[in-house]
Design a protein around this ligand. Structure first.
Ligand code: PXP
Length: 250
């Protein structure tokens, strides 16, 4: 099994900065530290309400970062124009409004098929790898492939919630659904990523799904950085991912 990439989401460094309207802590500094700690990419979500990452953060990341940037955004005209101006390595389309959300809290690709197909084409033509953030729903995955997405990112929130609520049966079922979804997506030629809510305690069963080539993790790592420092928090996650994959291979 190949090495799984770790994308570090730095949104919540900006959340702390914005809580006081200050200029620190700086998300770019966090991204550069993440690179030193073994991150393979940086993810930042430019929300329509700019509640954490701001436009200037994206400018700075595009200018200074050596790692690939995965820009998360909603499928709006404003966000499409920003992505086309920057042409980041990857663009991950996420739901921000309730009507774009399925019960699994991923994008409703089936319900917005034509609009999403139109939305992603110019981004792909501009050279960004377009990813759709979807629940472990086979119909959504088939539809993502049909409209020309390069990647699907599987939403791991339900699996993580079941783990923390101690609902063992549900957690195992959620894990099975993620495995089936990853398998279908890969068989359709989609690259498979996963993320949302992952922690040291929940990462291993996701890290060993062979089709999943990248995890995107943010909130837990930024929280853990308070206790360990960001580099150490990321290194430990990297180690847990590698350990899980090597144990399965062995
Ligand atoms: N992947 C996607 C598409 C997301 O929207 C998020 C949250 O911004 C994450 C991964 C990371 O989730 P978390 O911050 O809970 O680790």
């Amino acid at each position: 099994m190949g090495r799984q990439r770790l994308g570090v989401n730095i949104d919540h460094v900006a959340t702390v900065r914005n809580a006081r309207g200050s200029s620190y802590p700086d998300p770019l500094r966090a991204a550069l530290l993440a690179e030193r700690a073994g991150a393979d990419g940086i993810t930042a979500h430019l929300r329509e309400d700019r509640r954490h990452i701001a436009d200037g953060d994206i400018d700075a990341l595009m200018r200074e970062l050596n790692l690939p940037l995965n820009l998360e955004l909603a499928a709006t005209a404003e966000m499409q124009a920003i992505a086309l101006r920057h042409r980041p390595h990857a663009v991950c389309i996420v739901p921000e409004r309730r009507e774009e959300i399925t019960t699994e809290a991923g994008l409703d690709v089936v319900g917005h098929k034509d609009r999403l197909a139109e939305f992603i084409k110019p981004l792909t033509d501009a050279g960004s790898r377009v990813s759709l953030f979807v629940g472990a729903d086979l119909q959504q995955i088939r539809c993502s492939a049909e409209i020309g997405a390069a990647v699907v990112e599987l939403h791991t929130g339900s699996y993580c919630d079941a783990h923390f609520e101690g609902r063992g049966g549900d957690r195992d079922r959620e894990l099975e659904r993620l495995c089936e979804a990853a398998c279908l997506a890969a068989s359709l030629g989609l690259e498979v990523h996963a993320g949302h809510g992952l922690t040291y305690g929940t990462v291993a069963p996701i890290a060993v799904i062979p089709e999943i080539v990248e995890l995107n993790i943010g909130h837990f790592l930024v929280g853990e950085a308070i206790f360990l420092g960001l580099e150490q928090a990321i290194s430990r996650m990297r180690h847990l991912m590698d350990e899980a994959r090597s144990e399965t291979a062995g």
